[in-house]
Ligand binder design. Structure first.
Ligand SMILES: [Zn+2]
Length: 424
């Protein structure tokens, strides 16, 4: 249902002005309140309490049978995970609980708008729970009209109870997860939060399976470079197409025994990596088939770092740009292609000199394109192994390279090349 349709329906059932209802709805939705919840809240505001919960509680439903078209349902289920989070609702901070419930037939995500004191492992019956659509899947809403009863006999379910996971198994949308990691990198930053300037930590976690970026919204002293920590109740969202771990004021952070960190990236074909929708630390091998425009000597806005042309930043207008080096190269491994982005340091290695050399080169030639031309000559047709973070958006797949090496530097490839020479 569109926001406009919802406003129309509410205005007619509540007998109030549609413009007013629509403005309220828009505000709630802009605070990330689901449309169904926003509608209920407006029914309360405009005093139509009778519109909800007519008739008795719905009959009990198996989780596998719940669809996005289900109305309210009653389910008996085991609580797999519980994550606590704070959102802004009608201008106030509100604490909500999120996680997964399961029965013998399946599992489903839930959001609890009230504190039902849920704990992982509990078996409950949730009466008159709402069903809403989230990302194409049904999700349960436990709210003011839901009754939650704790059952004594634990329901046996074919799923892991509790939130313990390895980093490689985390996916955007996960709530209430517990991880043990080493802090590989951490930086303190000041951002413009919803309550003005606020300090956060951001960096990188690693465990035996992989590495992932993180943000700590309520800086914990235990999260320091090199420390091994156990984090309870973290949630996962997506940042630039890869899973990102979020630590909040509700997370528990404790020192842990030293965590081993994998040093090898996950090796994939370009097609596999692109299909996965984003991988934080991946290893690809392929040939550079083209060096794209926007490579070589480029200029960036000193305010935001975006690439600018003719001294014009899209956000900051006329600026005095700063010179930089970059490569955008198309890598092809026969299964698919990806645009590999090399930063100033890796570009200088390919070019054969630092930024100052490139500027001298361009000045002597009275042409900035000579830098990109030399880079293209160097890269074209050669095979490389590239490690970095791959993200996918509507414009295609990009890999921000952390390592970029010619493939002939592989011992195996070198041996093969040597043998070929001997045979000739
Ligand atoms: Zn700018």
């Amino acid at each position: 249902m569109s926001l406009d349709d919802a406003a129309e329906e509410l205005a007619s059932t509540l007998g109030v002005d549609k413009t007013e209802v629509k403005a309220d709805l828009e505000k709630l939705v802009s605070y990330s309140v689901p449309l169904d919840e926003a509608k209920q809240s407006l029914r309360r505001k405009y005093g139509d309490s009778g519109a909800e919960g007519t008739g008795g509680a719905p009959s009990e439903t198996d989780i596998v049978d719940i669809t996005t078209d289900s109305g309210n349902v009653t389910v008996s289920a085991r609580v797999l995970t519980v994550g606590k989070r704070s959102i802004r609702y009608e201008g106030d901070e509100q604490t909500i609980f999120e996680g997964e419930l399961a029965d013998e037939t399946g599992r489903i995500s839930y959001t609890a708008w009230n504190d039902f004191s849920l704990s992982p492992g509990d078996t409950i019956t949730a009466g008159n729970a709402g069903v809403r659509e989230w990302d194409g899947e049904p999700e349960l809403n436990l709210g003011g009209s839901t009754t939650v009863t704790l059952e004594e006999d634990p329901l046996s379910v074919p799923y892991e109870v509790g939130g313990e996971r390895d980093l490689i198994d985390l996916e955007p949308g996960d709530r209430g997860r517990t991880i043990e990691v080493r802090v590989l990198d951490v930086e303190r930053r000041t951002i413009d939060g919803r309550d003005g300037e606020t300090e956060i930590l951001s960096g990188e976690f690693g465990d035996e399976t992989t590495r992932l970026p993180f943000t700590d919204w309520d800086p914990h002293a235990e999260i320091s470079e090199g420390a091994s920590v156990r984090l309870e109740d973290v949630y996962v969202d997506e940042f630039r197409g890869v899973p990102s771990v979020n630590v909040t004021a509700f997370s528990t952070v404790e020192p842990a025994a030293a965590v081993d960190v994998s040093d090898s990236a996950t090796e994939m074909s370009v097609r596999e990596a692109v299909d996965s929708g984003g991988v934080y630390d991946v290893l690809l091998r392929g040939s550079v088939i083209e060096v794209r425009d926007g490579s070589g000597l480029i200029q960036r806005c000193p305010e935001c770092g975006r690439v600018v042309q003719n001294d014009q930043c899209r956000t900051h207008g006329q600026v005095s740009p700063e010179d930089d080096l970059r490569v955008k190269a198309i890598l092809d491994d026969g299964t698919d292609t990806v645009t590999v982005i090399l930063d100033r340091e890796l570009t200088a290695e390919i070019y054969g000199g630092p930024l100052d050399d490139a500027l001298d080169h361009a000045r002597d030639a009275m042409d900035r394109d000579v830098v990109a031309e030399r880079i293209a000559e160097e890269l074209a047709g050669r095979e490389y192994r590239v490690r970095g973070a791959l993200s996918v958006d509507e414009y295609g797949a990009n890999l921000n390279a952390a390592e970029f090496e010619e493939r002939s530097e592989d011992p195996e490839a070198r041996a093969a090349a040597f043998l070929a020479e001997v045979d000739a």
